[in-house]
Design a protein around this ligand. Sequence first.
Ligand SMILES: O=C(O)CCC(=O)C(=O)O
Ligand SMILES: [Fe+2]
Length: 586
Amino acid sequence: ACFLVARHAAGGPAPDRLVVLNAAAEELGLEWLRAGPGDEGDAVDLGNIPAGSAGEPSAHTLDTAAGHAFRVGGSGGPMAVHLGDLNVLAVGRGASGGLDVELLGPQQLEPVAAGTRGARSPRLGVSLASVLDKLSERWPPQGAGPPPAVARGGGALPDEALVVVVPAGAGRLELRRLPPGLPSEGASGGELWDSSSLVAALEAAAGEAAATAVVSARKGEVFYLASGASSASQTFLYPGELALVAAAWAGGRLEAELLGEDDLKIFLSDVAARCAEDEGVPRGPEAQAAAWQGYECLRDRARLPRTGVLLPEHEGRALLGKLWSSWDHWLLCSYQRASEPLRSIDINVTSFEGGGPEVLRAQVLREDPLVLAVRDFVGAGVCGELSAEAGTNQLEQATVGGSGSTQLSRSRRTLTANLWPDLEDPDSALTRVALRFFEFARAAVGLAAGAEGQEPVNWLFYKPGYEYRPHCDGPCGTRHVKTGKRVASSLLYCAAADEGGGTVFPRDRLKFEPSPGSFLLFSYNPDPRSLSTHAACPVLRGQKTTATQWYREGVSAEVNWDVHENWGSFPRPKSRKRAGTTRKEL
Ligand SMILES: O=C(O)CCC(=O)C(=O)O
Ligand SMILES: [Fe+2]
């Protein structure tokens, strides 16, 4: 099970790259072999690597993918094959006096980076000093390694990629990556970038239909798209994650349109919604029963807003699957109406004003396991104070965890902060809200616990495109939750999106559309059918904020919740003698 925690995890996998060190006293040519090392006739010129000087080699770095093959050499120089991961290719004069290459993979580089082997390549003795800093920064590789740079033909798209749409009859088109720091307007030069995929797309686009290339790219990189005709060019910044670039000609000029992952998600949703509306797909739960899939409509209508380039069918399909998890999830999130309540119940709580009784009317959305919604759980003033407390500065990208560590994930795309209520400060809005959460949960679902020893309130901030994909907050599919584990969750919505951003339970297609100040509580002890699986739908327009509270039994001022988890070090008040430490102690 994947539990939601709010901790920032550092470190990612080492990138796939090739560093060429030229220790020879002559310029070297670098070529990329499109069809593998054996292919003599099909090389792409990647430019020259300057000669080394005064015992120090010159260094040239290329981002690559596993299996990419390169040839390096001057006159009839040697061939080298790059196998993926971080590789260093040292070129120097061999014993014979001719050019020699030495390929150092992760295993050969590790002792060098660790300082146990000297800073020279073992065979040719080429100095590695100029790359050691970079190596130790990136070493050792963590996790399962980098995503594949090019994943065409139905495979999953890598996380950090550019999808370049080439219109039919595009002629020549080059993608160049600019060195960092170059102005993004009117720049030229840079290295030719992953031309394999682009060349294939250009060949395909020579006919009637547009084609796409998938190119690996990283956050903040600047690309330059050129048509070959010198004046017609366009530069753009790649912001990271998955992005789509469409090229088109307008008035003899090349135009490039860049859509980031969030924009793309919303764009596809908007097109699909127009399709569904025009085809008269019902907005009730029967929409799913009809199992409508609008790929054909998407094929005809997915025109990008600025250039008007039509997204090729297979790419629309692949992107919708990638960015919306599934067609079904899109339908539930962006098209289906909110669920009707089954009945309502009244829950007594302590009033915020004066401490007298107050009745909250709760709508029952599902009986078992229970899902309850309250429209005006707190007023705008209380929410305003909570938002101020959360601020915007300390928010960080949310992570998920479950086996002793946490990591960033496309599944949980939101900004987050933990808010620790000071239970001894009755004037704090956060304290009053937290106490109301527990009072309500005791009355509504019979929770046998108070606010002491519980997890902090988890503040979530969603921008357009942000979401939290289907997940369980605690143990899922069990008849009896172990003491100390989460048994229920609640969400207080302080801001609601103008469009999108609902909370859904995909197993039985339950959907709640929040309004500012509304509240949702659901329990999962027991929940043998995992019906408590839920998701925060992507925000399409506006912003959404949520204050999540997770509920546990068997915790107290003496026994804190975290003795029941293995999430590793968790940023929280250092000396917590009791749950209600003051903010000054944080
Ligand atoms: O923001 C939402 O709608 C859901 C958030 C959520 O599932 C959580 O915080 O665990
Ligand atoms: Fe959740």
